[in-house]
Each structure stands twice: as structure tokens, then as C-alpha cells.
Ligand binder design. Sequence first.
Ligand code: HEM
Length: 516
Amino acid sequence: SGFPSGAKKSLLKLGVPSEILEFLFSWVDAHEDCPKIPEAKGAISSIRSEAFFIPLYELFLTYGGVFRLNFGPKSFLIVSDPTIAKHILRENSKAYSKGILAEILEFVMGTGLIPADGEVWRIRRRTIVPALHQKYVAAMISLFGQATDRLCKKLDAAASDGEDVEMESLFSRLTLDIIGKAVFNYDFDSLTNDTGIVEAVYTVLREAEDRSVSPIPFWEIPIWKDISPRQKRVSAALKLINDILDDLIAICKRMVDEEELQFHEEYVNEQDPSILHFLLASGDDVSSKQLRDDLMTMLIAGHETSAAVLTWTFYLLSKEPSVVSKLQEEVDSILGDRFPTIEDMKKLKYATRVINESLRLYPQPPVLIRRSLENDVLGGYPIKRGEDIFISVWNLHRSPKLWDDVEKFKPERWPLDGPNPNETNQNFSYLPFGGGPRKCVGDMFASYETVVALAMLVRRFDFQIALGAPPVEMTTGATIHTTEGLKMTVTRRIKPPIVPTLEMPTLNADASVNLS
Ligand code: HEM
């Protein structure tokens, strides 16, 4: 009431007509009447010590579904309410951009699909989504199986030698091998080899993660790039990956040129079912830089996320033997030692629920980042253009108001004969793949990938936290990592005896001959 009404009175005295003043001040008055977003106090120091979404959870329990957090000169809105999340992500999504996220990821993803906004995003999304059609995803199932089989061989050796294994890094390599083949037909073969390119991928990933949790953007200081050994390493790694991507694009262009192309909606090239091949065959005539940005984006988006899901799933399973038994029972009866097929995906219902529930307790990433492009109203509170917003999926997924037994890993919370839980049927209290127009394009891919890996691994092995392993604690980059790895002991499973099947087909055939 101080400043606006005082200013209004002075202007009136100066002879400005009151109608004009009413009009000019109407929005200020409106704001004066409106409630102010609760402000979290004295929380800044606690934010720095651990995974940053943990103190945000405590603040959520105190301040509610939307509050402001001041961080030095900057301020953030923390959203943990399903209705507000739905408003930002779906109902008024055009009023929000990726904000800080786009700024942080620019050096590696350029204007790829995750950071891109506006027209660039719209066009690229429309081009890329069709590449992940049903038949493509079905073709990927055998790739998931082959890659997981390579991991099984590795674990088999470790089991024979009685050596413990660090599962987080193995899952990271598994999903890197898968995503390289799936997106641009490149075999990183990282489960077997440590090549320069694999190292380059990790250099770039670590840099992206460190930048996203660093309070000072020192990499923006111009000469820093040239003198910091670390920044030099990052530049070199980026150049190596970009050169390889350019080569892969060129190779793929030649393949497409030589192909007798009959492009259609569910086009898949048998020799090279990659997303890149689909895009080039579809006549996507985008600059190589943009194409490279999109490939790099999918490489990163589809790699660490899936790896983190598998890591935390195996951690959760290590604490719930009864879930493991049910899971193994299902896999034994449906899959046995076969490689999974697309038909199995519908039948592996409990395995799917295990992944659903793991994604509830450990969402990847734990927060979604946005910036308001216009003034808006969130949960009754007016907000200005330019606000940086964190939607805490972690808080939504662990809100005591929304879930029973929040802390408990309970795949049974979703009935097996019910629908797969997603943001729509859970009304934005469950957002494993985001929601609205910016929802993950790889959700089906990732669900199948993690279910295949989970099923094949628990069929063949029992997993336990290794004796004397460091405690499993969380730290953040883009996804939730462990602080010191997930060290496990793997033992080959003693499988139930295979009951010999009678040679029924022959008998039946004979019988039908007799009958006729
Ligand atoms: C976006 C999660 C796997 C490609 C997203 C978003 C989430 C997510 C939450 C929304 C981000 C936001 O709204 O700010 C996951 C999880 C995965 C996974 C948990 C694994 C379990 C994949 C895979 C691919 C992929 C395998 C590629 C094949 C993308 C892309 C976007 C995206 C391109 C950006 C879409 C857009 O902005 O239009 N993902 N993702 N993701 N994801 Fe995934």
C-alpha cells in the first residue's frame, strides 16, 4: 500500500486525470490484494550440503505446494503440487520455457530437443516423435536383450571368480551401448572396451552435471576455456564426439542414398533401425548442426536416466526379498531363458510395476526446470514473467497427502490388471516422464528397456549388497547418483528344475489322423 498509493496521490496532485491513473494502477492494486507466495527462510546454507532436493522436501512439508526460495540475489519457486504442475506443464505450457536448463546444457546439446524452445522445438519435436513409432520400439527389444546378455556374461564371470561388482557403472555402460545403437547405429561396446570415445562421453556428461549444480558459471568467463585444463579436456571430448556424429551422419546419408527407399509411417531399415536412419529417410532436411544437437540430446537423455532407474531398482530390490521372489516367479513362468519379445512386454506385469514403483521413489530427473515467459497465476498466487521454477517430482512422488506408505517400495500399489500408471491417469501426482507437450519422447522405449534388463538379470542371478560395501547414499547431477557406487555380490541362481514337456504336437497330429 505504501509505494503505489503514495505515487498515485502525487500524480493526482500533478494533474494527471484520475481515469488514466485508475487504469495505470489497476494491476498494481490487483497485486496488492493478492496473497503472496510463502517464502522459505534460513534454508540457504542447508541446500549446499547434500543432494539439493532433500532439503527441498523438508521445506515442502513446512511451506506447502508452492513457495519461494531465496538463494543470494536469485530466487526460485518450488512447486510440489499436482494441480500447479499440471498447469505449468500442460494447461499453460506455452507460457514456460526451459530457462536455466537450456543455458546450462547449451554447450553440449545446442538447440537439441531438450533445451530447445519456441519454433525450433516445435519443428524438431514434430520431426523426431514419429521416429519412435511402435515398430521401431518393438525392433529395439532384441537389442535390449543382446546388450543385457553381454552384461550377464560379465556378471557370470564375476560370479565364478567370487568378485563383487559395482552395478551403477555397469548399468551406465549397458544403457550407453543400447542408446548408441538405437539412436545412431554406433556400437560403443563400453561393456567390453574402454575406448577414447566412451571416455569422452563421460567427460562431457560429468561436465554437464557439474555445471548444473555449480552456483557460479565460471565456464562463461572467456579466457577460462583456454587456460583451465579441465575445460580444455571438455572441449577436446566434445570435438571427438561431434566428429564421430558427423561421420555417422555422413555414413547414414550414403546408406539412405543407395537404398531403394519406400518411406512410410512405420519405416524401419533392417540393417540400421536407428532413429538417425529414420530421420534421414524421412527427408528431414535440417542442418547437420541441428541434427547433431538432436542426436547428442537423445544420447544423453536416454543414457543416464535409464541407468539411474536400473541402479535404484536394484538397490530397492536388495531391501525387499519378497518383491524379488514374486518378480522371479513371474519371469520364470513367462520368459524362462528366452530373450524377451514385444509380446512379453504385456505379460511381464509385475516387472513393469517394479519399474513404475522405482520411478516413483527415485524419479529421474528429480526436478523439472522451467522459466515463466509471461505473468501467470500459480495456485492463486500471481507470479511475474522471468521466474525460475523447479517442479519437484521428488516431492510430488513422496507427498504424504497423495500416497499411502510413501516411503515403502510397494509395486502392489498399482493393481496388475489396472492401467500402467502415468501422469494422466494419476492426475499429475505421478510424473515419471514429465507431462504435457514436453513429455519424454522415449517413455515406451525406456520402460521396455528397463523391464527387459530387469527380467533377464533376476532370471539369471541373485543380487545382494556386498559385504562391507559403502552405504548407498544419494548425490545429484541431472539424475540421482549414488555417492560411492552400488557394490553387489552376484550369485548364479539355482533355477527351478525344468519339467520335461511331453511331445504333444506329434501325439495330437497322430490323434487327428486317427479320428479322420
Ligand atoms: C524428456 C524422463 C528415457 C528422450 C524427458 C522428461 C523426463 C524424462 C521427465 C521431461 C523433461 C522436462 O519436462 O523438463 C526420462 C526417463 C527415462 C527417459 C526417466 C528413462 C527411464 C529417454 C530415452 C530417450 C529420451 C530413452 C530417447 C530415446 C527424451 C527427450 C526429451 C525427454 C528428447 C525432451 C522432449 C521435449 O522437450 O520435447 N525425459 N526419459 N528419454 N526425453 Fe526422456
